[in-house]
Design a binder for this molecule. Structure first.
Ligand code: DGY
Length: 329
C-alpha cells in the first residue's frame, strides 16, 4: 500500500511533524514561508493531504490543479479559507480544530476587552515615552468592566466562554445575538439574555464579536451598526477580519462615535488599515487569541489526528464537510 504523501504548509511543532512523518511522506515548510496560491498548488500537485493554517486558500482553482488531494486539515477552528462547496464537489475532505482552543480564546477575548476598556496599551505607550510626570485624577480613566453590560455577537463555544467569564467573574449583565437562540439550559449556564441585533448594539457597554466569517457576516459591523452603539461603548473583534468594516471603525474611533476598540483580526491581515494604526483608542494584537503554547500544540495535534484518522479509515475527530471520497492514486 502506497504511503500517503502530505504537505505541511506552514511551520509546526517538531514533535507533530514527527508524528506525521511516522505515517506519511511529508514535505514540510519549517522555514514558514507563506505560500502564494500558485506555489501552494505546485507543492500540492502530487500530494494526497495537507495541513493548512487559515492563511492558505483552498478553492476550486487550487483543487483543479491538485487532482490527488483528498484531505485538508486546517489548524484553526475557523475555516473561511475553505470553499467548502468546491471541496465537497471535488471529493475533498476538510477538517478543523474546535474545542481545544475554546477557553484560551475566551481568556484572550476577555483580556482584550479589559485592555480596551481600561486603556492599557495607550497608558503604557505614554509611560514608556517618558510622559508620566504626575498622578492626575482622570489620567487614562477608562470604562467600568464589572457590573456593566457585556454584548456578544455570535454565541458558539467561544462566545459562551466569554459570557461565563463576564457573568460569573465580573457580575456583568450579558446579552447576546446569534443566528439561533441557545437552549434554555445553556442560556442559564451563561446567564445570558437573547436580544435582537439592534438591541445588542444599543445596550452593550462592551461588545465582543465571536461569529464565523462568511458572505452573510461580511461587514456585520459597519457605519450603520457603529452609529447604533453607545458613544461610551467599546468593541472587541477576535473573530475574523472582514466582519468589521475597518475603515468605518477607524472613522468612528476618530470621531469618538464609540470610545475604543480592541482588535486581534483585520481585513486583509497582516496588513492593518493605516487609519487604525493612527488611532490611540484602539488596542491592536496580531491574531493571537488562541496563542498559548499548550493550545497551539493541541491545535496542531488535532489537525494531525484528523489526517491520521482520515488515511487509516477511522472516524474523523472534526470534519467540516461530507464529501464522496476519491480513491488514493
Ligand atoms: C482559529 O482557530 O480560527 C484561529 O483564528 C486561528 O488562530
Amino acid at each position: 500500500m502506497q504511503r500517503p504523501s502530505i504537505l505541511v504548509a506552514r511551520a509546526v511543532f517538531p514533535e507533530v511533524l514527527e508524528r506525521l512523518r511516522a505515517a506519511f511522506d511529508v514535505e514540510a515548510n519549517q522555514e514558514d514561508q507563506v505560500l502564494a496560491p500558485a506555489e501552494l498548488a505546485r507543492r500540492l500537485a502530487d500530494k494526497h493531504g495537507v495541513l493548512t493554517t487559515g492563511a492558505e486558500r483552498i478553492d476550486a482553482a487550487l483543487l483543479a490543479a491538485c487532482p490527488r488531494l483528498r484531505v485538508v486539515a486546517n489548524m484553526a477552528v475557523g475555516f473561511n479559507n475553505f470553499d467548502v462547496d468546491a471541496m465537497t464537489a471535488a471529493g475533498v475532505q476538510g477538517t478543523n480544530t474546535p474545542d481545544v482552543l475554546t477557553e484560551t480564546t475566551a481568556d484572550f477575548g476577555f483580556a482584550l476587552l479589559m485592555a480596551t476598556a481600561r486603556r492599557m496599551t495607550e497608558a503604557e505607550h505614554f509611560l514608556r515615552a517618558g510622559r508620566w510626570t504626575q498622578w492626575r485624577y482622570d489620567l487614562f480613566a477608562g470604562a467600568e468592566v464589572h457590573g456593566s453590560t457585556l454584548g456578544i455577537l455570535g454565541m458558539g463555544r467561544i462566545g459562551q466562554g466569554i459570557a461565563r467569564r463576564g457573568a460569573h467573574g465580573f457580575g456583568m449583565r450579558v446579552v447576546y445575538h446569534n443566528r439561533s437562540r441557545l437552549a434554555p439550559a445553556l442560556e442559564a449556564q451563561c446567564a445570558a439574555q437573547y436580544v435582537s441585533k439592534d438591541e445588542l448594539l444599543a445596550q452593550s457597554d462592551h461588545l465582543v464579536l465571536v461569529l464565523p466569517y462568511s458572505a452573510e457576516s461580511h461587514h456585520a459591523i459597519g457605519p450603520a451598526e457603529l452609529a447604533r452603539m453607545k458613544p461610551t461603548a467599546t468593541l472587541v473583534n477576535i473573530a475574523r477580519g472582514g466582519i468589521v468594516d475597518d475603515a468605518a471603525l477607524a472613522a468612528a474611533l476618530r470621531a469618538r462615535r464609540i470610545a475604543a476598540a480592541g482588535l486581534d483580526v483585520f481585513e486583509g491581515e497582516p496588513r492593518v488599515h493605516p487609519d487604525l494604526l493612527a488611532q490611540p483608542n484602539v488596542v491592536l494584537t496580531p491574531h493571537i487569541a488562541s496563542a498559548t503554547l499548550a493550545t497551539r500544540r493541541a491545535m496542531a495535534n488535532k489537525a494531525a489526528d484528523n489526517l491520521l484518522a482520515f488515511f487509516s479509515g477511522q472516524p474523523l475527530p472534526s470534519p467540516v464537510n461530507a464529501p464522496v471520497h476519491k480513491k488514493i492514486r
